[in-house]
Design a protein around this ligand. Structure first.
Ligand code: DGL
Length: 269
């Protein structure tokens, strides 16, 4: 049985990996961090499709039997079309986040913090509206937050100010539920808890994603619980920040994007 593949623009998807490892500890994982193209949140749908499709192809060559787009931007902009093109089961984080938020809200007012591209796509609004047209969604694009987490900036005045800037407008709308609609943001939870009142439920879509993956795949019987990491950009910085975030040392391998006969392709260096 093949591993489960995960992809993100960097360390964000590690927030999904840690939830998957909790519920499916015996699985093998392949984590693809496309730091070469980070941030995804400012890219167009066409650009992201090219990038994410070639990343999926790479994960399939790594024998992955399922792929989790551990990235809200990719889940919003690329996943629907990717599902039409691949036979391998593909999971996203956005709809699980939507289901968890719809379940959590009591007053029907939900805030969503996400990248610019996710907010502009309206994917959260559309999916929440489909569950209940009476739900009010207040989306807030947080342009610099993912890059700060990617650099390992999880505390201090600069990131605190940036987070406050994102959270304050949605809190003013009387929300009772706040979705962390970018997989980088759960790493800011300690800081966030100083800014968000206890009456607001914070939803990390990774938790529901892990439960849904668990419910839909045939679990590995003989997996070793290993994780392989591949990075398309600078290895040293990813290794340093990821090691800190997951709490154990990792040894990522370098991959490079290039132009193949059929367009963009990813290969191990
Ligand atoms: N972690 C990603 C997300 O969930 C993307 C962040 C970025 O590269 O802009 O949207």
């Amino acid at each position: 049985m093949g591993p489960i593949g995960l992809l993100d623009s960097g360390v964000g998807g590690l927030s999904v990996l840690r939830q998957l490892q909790k519920v499916l500890p015996q699985e093998d994982y392949v984590y693809f961090a496309d730091t070469f193209h980070m941030p995804y949140g400012v890219r167009s749908k066409a650009e992201l499709e090219d990038i994410v499709f070639s990343s999926c192809d790479f994960l399939l060559r790594e024998q992955c039997r399922a792929i989790v787009m551990a990235c809200n931007t990719a889940s919003a902009l690329v996943l629907p079309r990717a599902r039409q093109c691949y036979e391998t089961p593909l999971f996203g984080v956005l709809l699980p986040g939507v289901r968890a938020a719809a379940q959590a809200t009591l007053n029907g007012r939900i805030g969503v913090l996400a990248t610019e591209a996710t907010i502009i796509s309206n994917a959260y609004n559309d999916a929440l509206y489909a569950i209940s047209p009476s739900i009010e969604v207040y989306g807030q694009a947080c342009s610099s937050l993912a890059s700060m987490v990617e650099q390992g900036e999880l505390e201090g005045a600069v990131v605190s100010k940036a987070l406050h800037h994102c959270v304050a407008p949605v809190l003013r709308q009387g929300i009772d539920t706040l979705v962390l609609g970018c997989t980088h943001y759960p790493f800011l939870r300690p800081l966030l808890s100083q800014l968000v009142p206890a009456s607001v439920q914070v939803v990390d879509p990774a938790e529901q994603t892990a439960r849904e993956v668990q419910a839909h795949i045939l679990p590995a019987v003989s997996g070793g619980g290993t994780t392989k990491f591949y990075v398309s950009g600078e290895i040293a910085r990813f290794m340093h920040v990821a090691t800190r975030l997951i709490g154990c040392p990792i040894e990522p391998r370098q991959v490079k994007f290039g132009m193949g006969a059929n367009g963009l392709t990813v290969a191990v260096e």
